[in-house]
Design a protein around this ligand. Structure first.
Ligand SMILES: [Mn+2]
Length: 187
């Protein structure tokens, strides 16, 4: 899982609810749907509500890359680190628009000061070429806050990049089928 977000979304129960907008990456790991060793959370930049709010991510083994680390490492070194964690297995790319700076994505549900620029995100997405991207989603778009269409245009471009990565992965798989698929057809 490559998870772009200002927030880890691995928070515990809130207001008596276990399943809420900020708990998906906790529940996914607990239910065995997400492989923690092959998960990276990119661009974390949210407010600190408590000092242990992101402990779940670290304790379960997610690689967390805060926004400040991205800007101190540089984009190319960040791409290399993400690729190291992800490896060659099937990968889902989840993109919360609030990881973008507000000038590039004003219409988001949980706005934060600071963030990646759309050009930095494009550079990273192109840098994922060759990974086995099997799916993706874009979260937290609030259309009625987007009269300028900036957020919609950027969402569209991000999804186009992700679908292109998926198409390339399918083409690569057809050329060299995954070992598991090969074993299945032989068995
Ligand atoms: Mn978020």
């Amino acid at each position: 899982m490559i998870h772009f977000d200002s927030h880890t979304d691995t928070y515990g129960p809130a207001f008596g609810l276990v399943c809420h907008a900020g708990s998906g990456f906790r529940l996914g790991a607990e239910e065995g749907l997400i492989d923690p060793k092959r998960t990276v959370q990119v661009g974390l930049n949210g407010p600190v509500a408590s000092f242990d709010q992101d402990n779940f991510s670290r304790d379960i083994g997610y690689r967390t890359i805060p926004l400040l680390e991205i800007h101190s490492r540089g984009i190319n070194a960040t791409i290399a680190e993400i690729r190291r964690v992800i490896g060659s297995g099937p990968t889902f790319l989840s993109f919360d628009l609030d990881v973008l700076t507000l000038s590039d994505a004003p219409a988001v549900a949980n706005p934060e000061a600071g963030g990646l620029t759309i050009n930095e995100v494009f550079q990273m997405l192109v840098g994922f070429r060759g990974l086995d991207i099997v799916g993706g989603d874009i979260a937290c778009f609030v259309p009625h806050l987007d009269p300028s269409l900036v957020t919609a245009i950027h969402s569209n471009a991000i999804m186009h990049h992700v679908v292109t990565l998926m198409a390339e992965a399918v083409a690569k798989q057809k050329a060299e089928p995954r070992i598991a698929v090969l074993a299945q057809s032989v068995g």
